[in-house]
Design a protein around this ligand. Structure first.
Ligand code: 4AD
Length: 426
């Protein structure tokens, strides 16, 4: 991902004729060209490119012309809000390119420097570090089926379709059931990077109907904190890596969408859910202690934690059991709570996880209490009848991790071809 200024000047030395200059000038913006020339130092530094050098062109071929009139101006699509405001103040008219316009013509929109930095850099690094770190901790990569017989997370957000024999089936809302079954099968520690399907009707800045899940599951000896330790090491090393190795990408993103670098501690802060509720209460925000945090409460808690502990990345654990999925292990000392957690960046959830129930009787009881149709998860339930080790795990959303690490305001900015309730194209 780099840009360079190319200069054409007619002279006998370079062999460039005025005709060639006319031809080059006639090439439409965004066309694919092949250039030959001499690399040289420019007279003045060039702001608009990523290179300190320029090319004195000797030959130019148009390989594939773009249509003469593009749906929007790419330079405008690459401007920051501050640039628009400055231009407005000085009476200059610049057209903002709306998000829908950019997304409707995504292939073109992806050519901005910021999108090249996100999709040609940050996203790939996050995925790579996820795999790399977990492999270093003896996790094995697996691939679980995406066509499954029932909902894996409960609730209505499930895409239903008909299987080859006409049987109703679902698109997996997560690899939850099969990653646990891999642990029942004796694989010990597994991870999966895969598409996740959620028939979410909510049209928000952070929900997609299809996203990339970063999931892991592992045997545990005693405590779900063993899973938190993995998350801690994984994400802190990922953030360190991004800050040290992706400076150019982060600068480019910052130029168009300014953001403060993420504040995080080398040892991730862990607070209990009750402590979180207490912090909110002290700040005058009343939350039902056995309910869940809404988006606004999460934001407020993120703000309070940052003020008190100086971190924007933290783990909130020991959630009320009633707000967690059926497979979550209740706390041994108080079954109104659960051995589970969420992880937040800048006051928004990026991970949820916890210890799972591994005893068939308790699992059946909890599934029934949560209104799960047991006939749709029969093979999952059966897996625990052959002996299953205590285990736990977590799931993160790749796009959410990138959105929140880079301080982006919308998850669509971190999804190559986003799918939401109103968007199925391109
Ligand atoms: O909180 P969720 O639904 O948890 C699970 O899927 C569990 N099976 C995970 C586990 O191992 N216990 O989803 C996990 C993460 C969220 O924290 C969020 O980052 C992301 O997936 N996510 C979404 N990202 C984009 N669009 C959506 N609609 C998302 N729903 C969840």
């Amino acid at each position: 991902m780099s840009t360079v200024q190319c200069v054409l000047s007619a002279s006998d030395d370079t062999g460039v004729s005025t005709q060639m200059i006319k031809f080059a000038a006639s090439i439409s913006k965004e066309s694919v060209v092949d250039i030959e020339g001499v690399v040289s130092l420019p007279e003045k530094p060039i702001e608009a490119t990523t290179q300190k050098v320029e090319i004195q062109v000797t030959k130019v071929h148009c390989i594939s012309p773009a249509i003469p009139t593009l749906p929007f101006n790419l330079e405008d699509a690459a401007r920051s809000e501050a640039e628009f405001e400055k231009a407005e103040q000085s009476g200059q008219k610049l057209a903002r390119v709306l998000q829908d316009t950019r997304l409707n013509h995504r292939v073109l929109g992806l050519r901005t420097p910021m999108n090249q930095a996100i999709f040609g850099g940050i996203l790939d690094h996050v995925e790579h570090k996820f795999r790399d770190y977990l492999r270093s901790k003896k996790f094995k990569g697996v691939h679980s089926p995406k066509i499954i017989s029932g909902s894996s997370e409960g609730g209505a957000a499930v895409f239903k379709l008909l299987y080859v024999n006409g049987e109703p089936v679902c698109l997996a809302q997560s690899p939850q059931l099969h990653k646990q079954m891999s642990i029942c099968a004796g694989l010990g520690r597994v991870f999966e990077v895969c598409s996740i399907f959620r028939a979410e009707k909510s049209n928000t800045h952070r929900h997609l109907c299809e996203f990339t899940g970063l999931d892991a599951e592992m045997e545990i000896k005693e405590h779900y904190f063993e899973v938190c330790d993995i998350i801690d090491g994984l994400f802190v090393s990922m953030f360190n890596y991004l800050n040290e190795n992706c400076q150019l990408e982060l600068e480019i993103i910052n130029k168009q969408c300014p953001f403060e670098p993420l504040k995080y501690l080398e040892k991730t802060l862990r607070l209990t859910y009750a402590e979180g509720i207490e912090m909110l209460k002290e700040a005058g925000i009343e939350i039902e202690p056995m309910g869940d945090l809404n988006t606004e409460a999460e934001k407020q808690l993120g703000r309070l934690v940052k003020e008190k502990y100086g971190t924007e990345f933290f783990i909130l654990h020991r959630y009320p059991l009633a707000v967690r999925p059926f497979y979550t292990m209740p706390c041994y000392d108080d079954p109104a709570y659960s051995n589970s957690f969420d992880v937040f960046i800048r006051g928004e959830e990026i991970i949820s996880g916890g210890q799972r129930i591994h005893t068939p009787d308790l699992l059946r009881k909890r599934a029934k209490e949560c209104g799960i149709d047991l006939s749709t998860i029969k093979s999952y339930m059966d897996s625990f009848r052959y002996g299953a080790p205590p285990h736990g795990g977590f799931g993160a959303g790749l796009e959410r991790v990138v959105m929140l690490f880079c301080g982006l305001d919308n998850i669509r900015k971190a999804s190559l071809f986003p799918r939401d309730p109103h968007r199925l194209e391109p």
